[in-house]
Ligand binder design. Sequence first.
Ligand SMILES: [Zn+2]
Ligand SMILES: [Zn+2]
Length: 189
Amino acid sequence: MKKRDAIRWLGFTTASGMSGLPGRIVRALKRFGAAWGLPDLNTRLSVEFSIRMRRSLGTARVRRSSIRLNQLLKKPENRRLLQETLCHEAAHVAAVLLHGHRVKPHGPQWRQLVAKAGFPARTRIDPKVVGGHVPAPNRQRKRYRYFCPACNRSCYKSVRASHYRCAACLSSGRSGKFIVSLVTEKAAA
Ligand SMILES: [Zn+2]
Ligand SMILES: [Zn+2]
């Protein structure tokens, strides 16, 4: 069912010559193809948006000549990022078309293609610059040190609570009150 010379757009199949976002994708691929000596590049690729993509902006399946893009790239504020991601992924496909399957994913041939298209050959991006990105929950949680000044024992918990008491001191009739302090708080990656 999959047409190779088409952009799949939210379940629709659209021909080239479209306006709007699919049109911008087709035009960008034509531009990259012209820069890379692959004038028919846009007809050899299929592009689709994925709603499940979380940890990357795009992926390329080189053998199928298919590109998947994070749906966040549909947002108007990510217009430039859409172009860069499209270039990044199209360059993976183009590198193989031009140099064969032994080419390394982010190797010199790939970098050269990305540079030729006028983009930085980068493989990571700060999630903060991606419009609409909801950061994944922080893996490194806050840690609080509960220090008992009466017996000098301490323990660590991920929550701050004022009702915790030192069990050893409490059982020997003391208040068991802790001094609580935050020990680690790692910024989101
Ligand atoms: Zn890549
Ligand atoms: Zn104690």
